[in-house]
Design a protein around this ligand. Structure first.
Ligand SMILES: C[C@@](CO)(OP(=O)(O)O)[C@H](O)COP(=O)(O)OP(=O)(O)OC[C@H]1O[C@@H](n2ccc(N)nc2=O)[C@H](O)[C@@H]1O
Ligand SMILES: Nc1ncnc2c1ncn2[C@@H]1O[C@H](COP(=O)(O)OP(=O)(O)O)[C@@H](O)[C@H]1O
Length: 293
């Protein structure tokens, strides 16, 4: 039965960038996937996915970063749509539009955010009413970051990305994101990692302000930063440039890179600081997605 209402209004979903404030690689499973411990937050920098009624399944691309995806044989948005339709037992009928603003293959989970946004939009468009946990379980094989992106709320990430628990209470803070415009493939970075595994972090129940959070985060690390910097040496320059910005409390790489972030006391100082970065880089400054909700 096709439950797609042909008169349903288009659904628009933001696909916010994921930032790993720290990322410890805690082990490796027999299938090769690594187990992680990470504090994940979402920035207000975002792609946007629209789903509208249609007879078949199609995807249109727009936005400043869309060119990098023009040759993509099977966009994650389409894979997510097919996967949801198959699991729901309905034909995949939707006109999807992706406005791509986040750099591709950059450690801020843009593809995962897009897939998650498509699932949320189609869940509504097709009247499925699936719970977030069911969408997350369906999406995990498409990308380890997608479960966290389904809710797009700060969380503690464990397992290979599917074990999600609440984040400590976060203070108001600002983020600067900077990418030197070099794509880094996630599998290559995991493969280049050397050494043993890290223990999961011990975190407090919350932080009173961004400075206190930065102090605790400084004792942790991103275990993928050394291998990413070996593959892409400019990562060290990006981190150093962020760290030198006035007001920067902490600078580090996100995910498997090459995007790095700077943590600031509040969104306005991050916005201002981002403008001082080299114009050749992709850069963004602002606050956390959903802050104050
Ligand atoms: C590293 C992280 C941290 O949040 O972020 P990104 O750099 O992708 O943003 C994620 O774990 C990435 O998630 P995602 O990009 O969705 O990964 P997937 O497509 O599932 O996996 C791509 C490849 O990365 C490796 N991989 C990924 C996740 C994981 N927990 N262990 C791994 O070893 C595997 O080689 C896998 O084949
Ligand atoms: N909508 C999409 N956005 C970004 N990448 C996509 C998308 N669909 C498929 N991909 C593929 O997924 C890979 C990982 O992209 P992305 O999620 O941006 O990076 P990362 O996992 O480093 O955060 C890209 O190299 C690209 O080949």
């Amino acid at each position: 039965m096709n439950r797609a209402p042909t008169t349903a209004a288009p659904r628009v979903e933001a696909a916010p960038a994921k930032v790993n404030l720290y990322l410890h690689v805690t082990g490796q499973r027999a299938d090769g996937y690594h187990t992680l411990d990470s504090l994940v937050v979402f920035a207000d920098a975002a792609d946007a996915v629209t789903a509208a009624p249609a007879d078949g399944l199609k995807l249109s691309l727009s936005g400043p970063e869309a060119t990098a995806l023009m040759a993509e044989p099977d966009n994650l948005v389409l894979r997510a749509a097919r996967s949801l339709a198959a699991a729901a037992g309905i034909p995949p009928r939707a006109a999807l539009a992706l406005e791509k603003r986040l750099p591709v293959a950059s450690g801020i989970g843009g593809g995962s955010a897009d897939a998650a946004a498509a699932l949320r939009a189609l869940n509504a468009l097709w009247g499925l009413d699936w719970q977030q946990a069911r969408l997350a379980a369906l999406a995990l094989p498409l990308g380890a970051d997608i479960p966290a992106c389904i809710a797009s709320r700060a969380c503690r990430m464990g397992g290979i990305g599917e074990a999600l628990s609440p984040a400590p209470r976060l203070p108001d803070c600002g983020l600067v994101l900077a990418n030197p415009r070099i794509a880094l493939a996630t599998p290559a970075v995991f493969k280049a990692r050397e050494g043993g595994f890290s223990a999961p972090a011990l975190l407090p129940a919350g932080w009173p302000d961004a400075a206190a959070m930065a102090r605790d985060l400084a004792a942790l690390r991103n275990d993928l930063e050394p291998p990413a910097a070996a593959l892409c040496p400019v990562v060290a320059e990006v981190v150093g440039t962020l760290r030198a910005l006035p007001g920067c409390l902490l600078a580090r790489m996100s995910g498997s890179g090459a995007t790095c972030f700077g943590l600031f006391a509040e969104p306005r100082s991050a916005e201002y600081a981002a403008e001082r970065l080299p114009a050749a880089w992709w850069r963004w400054g602002g606050g956390l997605h959903g802050a104050g909700r």
